[in-house]
Design a protein around this ligand. Structure first.
Ligand code: ATP
Ligand code: MG
Length: 178
């Protein structure tokens, strides 16, 4: 049977949250289980020439959001994509069927980022970002409230239950769209 026009048969999933909350660890597992394509926006931007000038303060290149969106449009329209990024407000709202915001306790996040070699302003800014729930607010302002879900990501058990929850949701979506 044909799908109603404009509807995806496979969902697109956004996984967002402060750096270090565990987005990529989670996405890797979901991608393995579902077979969906996992796109780490940072890598994708690098590989597809979507980076602008270097930001001296943060010591990282600046994303060219418009170019990135153009580059991704076709992939997203096919469905079955997991997008992994520490921001979510510049993507077209229509791209996503569900948005997950991972959350981690400050002390845990601090240790994870320190272990990664972050220090000074970069470390402080990221911890503040988590304390102020910046990405959660951004997600709620950018997408319909009912598709935005906050998930705790403190322990391996959390990760396991998040994987289960997301994969069950994917199964349901696929069943409903058969
Ligand atoms: N639920 C969890 N419990 C314990 N440790 C975790 C959990 N999730 C991730 N970690 C650990 O935290 C670290 C950061 O995880 P990861 O790289 O997946 O974060 P990220 O959100 O993708 O970060 P970035 O935005 O910088 O890419 C890794 O060492 C990972 O093993
Ligand atoms: Mg990552």
């Amino acid at each position: 049977m044909e799908m109603p026009s404009g509807k995806r048969s496979k969902p697109n999933i956004m996984v967002t949250g402060t750096p270090g909350v565990g987005k990529s660890s989670l996405c890797e597992q979901i991608s393995e289980i579902t077979g969906f394509e996992w796109i780490q926006i940072g890598n994708f931007a690098k590989e597809n020439d979507c980076l602008d000038e270097f930001d001296e303060e943060y010591k990282c290149p600046v994303l060219n959001e418009d170019r990135l969106i153009d580059e991704l449009e076709e992939t997203m329209s096919g469905g079955g994509v997991i997008v992994d990024y520490h921001g979510c407000d510049f993507f077209p709202e229509r791209w996503f069927d569900i948005v997950f915001v991972l959350r981690t306790d400050n002390t845990q996040l601090f240790d994870r980022l320190r272990q990664r070699g972050y220090s000074g302003k970069k470390l402080e800014d990221n911890i503040q970002c988590e304390i102020f729930q910046t990405i959660l607010e951004e997600a709620k302002e950018s997408y319909a409230q009912e598709i935005v879900h906050e998930l705790q990501s403190n322990t391996p058990e959390d990760m396991e239950s998040n994987v289960e929850r997301i994969c069950s949701w994917v199964d349901l979506f696929l069943q409903n769209n058969e």
